[in-house]
Design a protein around this ligand. Structure first.
Ligand code: R5P
Length: 282
């Protein structure tokens, strides 16, 4: 059995290898002068079970995953499991307007051609798993995020919108604190509106929990609203920290007390490590 690490998920693969004792395969990975990617497994995986770990973000990591899948298939691996810590394109999970692709479905179908099984972490919408024609399961990082938040003495967990309420409830039950959600309206890709809601947050320590922080617009708007209502501390926590553009400075300007993310996408805010939840599911 081998763990095969894509370049988007190297630290998770190393930790997973340490926890599970599954050997990490040696891989050649470089770019040609014209920037095309070359990968090669330096050991035989014939008749072996392999676990490929690769976040499908940014775009170039998707091609890398496809190359690794093809290499494993051609090398006659017995079973290919793909672990996708952050499944990119999940927010295009339906045709919102005529003429659009369903990007999440396209990715899932390509992966299903080569892999035997797929594991995702906090996939944006559960129904995306149905786009795979192979067994697909989703793991939740919310319990380990909640564990991390335990030392912060959280009084209230908030979801930034109703869609994130189930995860907020899960975190609140671990933290044994109150839970609520905000009313969010998205105006465009980077502008959102949070309808003020009287939450009685004065003097409270609040954690806002979401699956993704992208532009930071959702979280920054929520933080400002809570600080206006005199919350004593506001932490923001997510599974997938994309931190696009000036997201981090937006969150800091909004006076966020700490930005917390997992390492599905590695960043300086990846305080929560997901290797243990993957190892428990293998
Ligand atoms: C949306 O449905 C997601 O759960 C996140 O709330 C969203 O992706 C956050 O985006 P942004 O950081 O750009 O506001």
């Amino acid at each position: 059995m081998f763990l095969i690490s894509g370049s988007a998920s190297e630290s998770i693969a190393h930790e997973l290898s340490t926890i599970t004792d599954i050997k990490l395969a040696n891989i050649d990975n470089y770019r040609f002068p014209d920037s095309e990617l070359y990968v090669r497994m330096k050991e035989s995986v014939e008749n072996e079970e392999v676990i490929i770990i690769q976040t499908t973000y940014p775009d170039e990591k998707i091609i890398e995953l496809f190359l690794l899948l093809d290499a494993c298939k051609r090398s006659k691996a017995k079973k290919i499991t793909v672990v996708i810590p952050y499944f990119g394109y999940a927010r295009q999970d339906k045709q919102f307007k005529p003429g659009e692709p369903v990007s999440a479905a396209l990715l899932a179908s390509f992966i299903s051609i080569y892999a035997n099984e797929v594991i995702t972490i906090d996939i944006h919408k559960q129904h995306i798993l149905d786009f795979f024609s192979i067994p697909a399961k989703n793991l939740s990082a919310v319990p380990i995020i909640a564990e991390y938040l335990k030392s912060k003495n959280i009084d209230l967990v908030l979801a930034p919108d109703k869609g994130a309420f189930e995860n907020a409830k899960k975190a609140a039950s671990i933290l044994q604190c109150e839970v609520d959600y905000l009313q969010k309206t998205r105006i465009d890709g980077s502008t959102i509106k949070i309808t003020p809601k009287n939450l009685a947050v004065k003097g409270k320590c609040v954690a806002i929990v979401d699956d993704i922080i992208s532009t930071g617009g959702t979280m920054a708007t929520a933080i400002k609203e809570l600080k206006k209502q005199e919350a004593s501390k506001v932490y923001v926590a997510c599974t997938h920290g994309l931190f696009a553009g000036n997201a981090v400075s937006k969150l800091k300007q909004a006076k966020c007390d700490e930005i917390i993310a997992t390492d599905t996408i590695h960043s300086e805010f990846s305080s929560v490590k997901i290797a243990s939840i993957i190892s428990n599911s293998l």
